[in-house]
Design a protein around this ligand. Structure first.
Ligand code: PLP
Length: 369
């Protein structure tokens, strides 16, 4: 990796056209609602700067998890408001928020006290997080009234948006969705009718089930949709398909024949039932390929899907290419991307696309196209 030169061809190709395409679709699906482009965790592992640049024309604001991520975006020159989804860890962040138009979420008493006590030059936009059933962050419904009144009365506060988060958004028919939606409406009812609200995430735009409340609020928070993955159980018909943004690629660096009855890899978790041809690919768990991917996880090579065989190593994986004699040394394998959805791969590793995308490690160069 010296001087930015990479001899190993393993890489994550990032397609900025696909980012724009997906952002345009999100824009279309959102109708009159505003879009919050969620670019926390280095743009879900795609490179925050490149993502911000590609989607900046389509979103009304950005969202990140904490202030350090917001500072990176601001330093790169983007002028959008930036919502800080976890809120502040300490009062020391508030003057920086005020200065840079970062809009912190307020979800507990200390954060509320801090903002009320602030001697700020410029009033802040703030987001009130309501716990409607996820039980991770937010005020209880019966606390919202007082929180809203206190913030409304403060000269430090420029605007207030009410928000909540679904615990089961990707399962549109899950009964808790409707319960959370109703609780959210109830919480908002103690404020003014004109209050801005934010409830839905990517899943709401991507679900087909009618019992999922559809963009009822003013701001839709879109993360995974922008990156071209559709994690919902019953996907809606989209105006155009999403385009996967990341293509994770690695070369075949060895091919060998093994006899029936021999095992492959650490602990011999896969045994050949017939004489087999095994290809070794230069990517492993130290690159972010999931170590728990099971035998049979698909890998795409030359238009074929071949199964992972044996345990994932730190730097390599092995696949069974017996049925495809055209696969040879130097061929490029796609671990996920346009030919192989990251959600499919994730299912074979008992996880979700978000986990795989955000865990591609720093030793894999991001190649932006
Ligand atoms: C990460 C995050 C999102 C983005 O969700 P997607 O499913 O990727 O659209 C939205 N809201 C909150 C509070 C988040 O933490």
């Amino acid at each position: 990796m010296a001087n930015g030169v990479h001899f190993r061809p393993t890489r994550a190709e990032i397609d900025s056209q696909a980012l724009r395409h997906n952002a345009r679709i999100a824009r279309q699906l959102a109708g009159d609602a505003k879009l919050l482009g969620v670019i926390k965790a280095d743009g879900y592992g795609h490179g925050m700067h490149a993502v911000a640049e590609a989607i900046s024309a389509y979103v009304d604001a950005f969202a990140v998890a904490f202030i350090d991520e917001a500072i990176l975006i601001r330093s790169a020159g983007f002028r959008h408001p930036i919502v800080i989804l976890e809120g502040c860890f300490s009062a020391a962040e508030l003057p920086i928020c005020a200065h840079h138009n970062f809009q912190p979420v307020i979800h507990h008493q200390q954060q509320l006290d801090d903002i009320l006590m602030l001697r700020s030059v410029r009033p802040l936009g703030v987001w009130i997080k309501v716990d409607t059933g996820m039980h991770r962050l937010g005020w209880n419904i019966d606390e919202v009234d007082a929180v809203y009144d206190a913030l409304k009365a403060s000269s430090n506060v420029a605007s207030i948006t009410m928000m909540s988060h679904f615990a089961n958004a990707e399962k549109a028919s899950h009964p808790l969705n409707l319960v959370q939606h109703e609780r959210f409406l109830h919480a908002c009812a103690v404020t003014e009718a004109t209050i801005n609200t934010s409830l839905e995430t990517s899943a709401a735009l991507l679900s087909s089930a009618m019992d999922m409340p559809h963009h009822a609020s003013h701001w839709i928070r879109t993360g995974i949709l922008i990156y071209g993955d559709n994690p919902v159980e019953l996907p809606a018909e989209l105006p155009e398909p999403l385009r996967p943004v990341m293509r994770l690629v690695a070369p075949v660096i060895a091919v060998r024949q093994i006899p029936a009855g021999d095992s492959v890899g650490y602990s011999g978790t896969w045994t050949a039932q017939r004489q087999s041809r095994i290809a070794t690919i230069a990517i492993g768990y130290a690159d972010g390929y999931p170590r728990h991917a099971k035998n049979g996880t698909p890998v795409w090579i030359n238009g074929h899907e071949v199964p992972l065989v044996g345990t994932v190593s730190m730097d390599m994986i092995t696949v069974d290419v017996t049925d495809f004699p055209d696969i040879t040394l130097g061929d490029e394998a796609e671990l996920w991307g346009p030919h192989l959805s990251v959600t499919r791969v994730a299912k074979h590793a008992d996880t979700i696309s978000y986990d795989l995308l955000t865990n591609v490690t720093a030793r894999v160069p991001r190649i932006h196209r």
